[in-house]
Design a protein around this ligand. Structure first.
Ligand code: F6R
Length: 613
């Protein structure tokens, strides 16, 4: 997630901005930059990679101005190069941006026709061009920003400065968060309060479609149409627990927003970003030995609980499709109390975020007694399951504190995708070209997750409209079926509303009877090999008066027409679709639960780690 810091005041802007950017590192980024006034012009310094690379470049740079902006960028449009890094500069305007400009292609074409020299691949630079064009007419930065807003579509926040206005900073938010920090004869703008806590505890939280003009020590806020607004100044009284939430209202929200970073971390050990090959790295067995084991394995058995079980269901689809190995999956509480037939050439896997779930642990011990090799996938290293397994994989999500599992689920899906590819590769059922295509698609997933997160305002709006439904039927086919189950679980455990996950093809075998206009049908219908069949199921539901919330790919007009609510996801490879579809389902459950006044981080009756059966 990109991070923004802007500063106007008597301190050294370089220090303030760098320190702020460091506090925003947790959001994840792959390049960084600043633009700070010096001799009446904003001097731009940018670097790909970590903040330390930018710090190195800034070491011998001095600035005599008191205004500057800085940015950590998580690449979405364009690779993480220096040219694509922010701030972008056009004719004296310097700009940082977080989010997505949806109509950037149209804007780009128009700008090129009018003779603009576009240097980067980003959607952000285009906004700098528009402001530069407008400021020539208005001679006023605030007005220039206000005038170009109707030309932009999407979910985005921006901060702009202008060489001709050395004591002015203008920011606008419509989507990604932006706060204004208020100090003694100084003002700040940042993506979250965490970035500014060393300087101030007084903040104004910008709402969507508000513009702030900071001029000298005057802070004014307006609607996008220019009407002044009086905003509340919030004094933050931080306790350590809140600081751990890093500015988010809840751990769960923070963890949802961490997913671009946690998915990237989960991929990192198992993929080669240069060659786009998969090389699964396990602990407890070397790569070559593990590959031999996969080749020999005749059957795979995965046991887990709850969200981890739904991830296992995704793995069944992936491994059977790619590696053509039969996969049995079971919830641990059932597995341990029947008489499972476990043959010697079965590889047994447990999936557990906590590594402490009692039923999963008992299942592991049962399989171990039968002499099977045990592979585990845990988040918590050195947990009991991790310690007792023979071969270990890790989610690498970092601590998950919200009781409802979010980032551990997407990390699990990521590692299981790598395992499936490795298995297929070891068995020789994967073409080189397919390996490259799928690894490339997985490596692009963090940036696509970022795009989905930037649409949070739509998920929030939609959640608001879901309050009055009596219940929810989540439906999907193929890879979307387990995601439907996971979406329903999030709704149940957070918003305490009845929700069921179903295979869409099962509708006519019972659930159709439930359908009326008080039952919301959440239909997962991405453009994949199951699309047409799922679409027919949606029509069946619609024909019976069902109100459909569809999750589709891009501007799918047919799907939109048939749906009461339509939420678009970016076009992605089918292996990535489960990751992308998960985010809106998590966010809608979160927002709805919050609006209903429930404890989002600690839902009633639930615990993070279920160490009793
Ligand atoms: C749901 C959730 C639970 C856990 C389940 C297994 O949001 O968090 O369903 O997934 O209790 O927990 P682990 O993965 O720790 O074994």
């Amino acid at each position: 997630m990109c991070g923004i810091v802007g500063y106007l005041g008597p301190l050294n802007p370089k220090d303030v901005i760098l320190q702020g950017l460091k506090k925003l590192e947790y959001r994840g980024y792959d390049s960084a930059g600043v633009a700070i006034l010096h001799h009446g012009k904003a001097k731009q310094v940018r670097a790909p990679g970590k903040l330390s690379a930018l710090e190195d470049k800034l070491k011998n740079e001095t600035f005599d101005g008191h205004l500057g902006i800085g940015h950590t960028r998580w690449a979405t449009h364009g690779a993480p190069t220096e040219t694509n890094a922010h701030p972008h500069q056009v004719d004296g305007i310097s700009l940082v941006h977080n989010g997505i400009i949806e109509n950037y292609q149209d804007i780009r074409e128009t700008l090129i026709k009018s003779g603009a020299q576009i240097l980067s691949d980003t959607d952000s630079e285009l906004v700098a061009h528009l402001i530069a064009r407008e400021v020539k007419k208005t001679k006023n930065l605030y007005l220039a920003v206000e005038h170009i807003l109707p030309e932009l579509r999407g979910a985005f926040s921006i901060v702009a400065i202008w060489n001709e206005a050395p004591d002015e900073m203008v920011a606008f938010k419509d989507g990604p968060p932006l706060v204004v920090g208020i100090g003694e004869k100084q003002a700040f703008v940042a993506s979250d309060v965490q970035a500014l806590l060393n300087y101030t505890k007084k903040f104004i939280y910008l709402e969507d479609r508000e513009i702030v003009s900071i001029k000298g020590d005057k802070i004014e806020i307006f609607t996008a149409q220019g009407a002044p607004i009086i905003k509340k100044v919030t004094e933050i009284n931080w306790n350590p627990e809140m600081v751990e939430k890093q500015g988010f209202a809840h751990f769960m929200l923070k963890e949802i927003y961490e997913q671009p970073r946690s998915v990237a971390a989960a991929l990192e050990p198992h993929t080669n970003a240069q060659t786009h090959e998969v090389h699964l790295k396990t602990e407890g067995l070397g790569s070559a030995e593990f590959s031999d084991l996969l080749k020999k394995t005749k059957r795979f058995c995965i046991v887990a609980c709850g969200t981890s079980f739904y991830a296992a269901q995704v793995a069944k689809y992936l491994i059977e499709t790619l590696a053509q190995v039969p996969v049995d999956i079971d919830v641990a509480s059932e597995f341990r109390y029947r008489s499972p037939v476990l043959e010697k050439d079965t590889l047994f896997m447990t999936i557990s975020q906590s590594g402490e779930t009692a039923d999963t642990l008992a299942a592991l011990r049962l399989a171990k007694e039968k002499g099977l090799q045990i592979l585990s996938l845990c988040n918590v290293k050195n947990s009991t399951i991790d310690r007792e397994a023979h071969i270990k994989l890790y989610m690498l999500s970092g601590p998950e504190i919200g009781v409802a599992s979010t980032k551990a689920f997407t990390s699990t899906l990521t590692v299981l995708s790598c395992l499936s590819l490795q298995w297929a590769k070891s068995k020789g059922t994967l073409l080189k070209a397919d390996e490259k295509e799928m690894v490339q698609a997985l490596l692009a997933a963090p940036a696509q997750l970022e795009v989905v997160l930037a649409y949070d305002k739509y998920f929030k709006e939609t959640a608001q409209k879901l309050k009055n439904y009596r219940g929810f039927l989540y439906m999907g086919r193929g890879l979307s079926y387990p995601i439907a189950m996971e979406g329903a679980l999030k709704m149940k455990e957070l918003a305490y509303l009845h929700a069921e996950g179903y295979a869409a093809g099962e509708m006519k075998h019972g659930p159709l009877a439930l359908i009326d206009n008080r039952m919301a049908i959440v239909m997962l219908c991405p453009k994949d090999q199951w699309y047409e069949k799922t679409f027919s199921n949606l029509e069946e539901a619609k024909a019976r008066g069902g109100e459909v919330l569809a999750l589709g790919t891009g501007e799918d007009e047919n799907l939109k027409r048939k749906s009461h609510f339509y939420l678009a996801l970016p076009k992605a490879h089918w292996i990535v679709n489960p990751l992308l579809s998960t985010i809106p389902l998590q966010l809608m459950a979160y927002h709805l639960a919050f609006q209903l006044g429930y404890d989002v981080d600690q839902p009633r009756n639930l615990a993070k780690s279920v160490t009793v059966e």
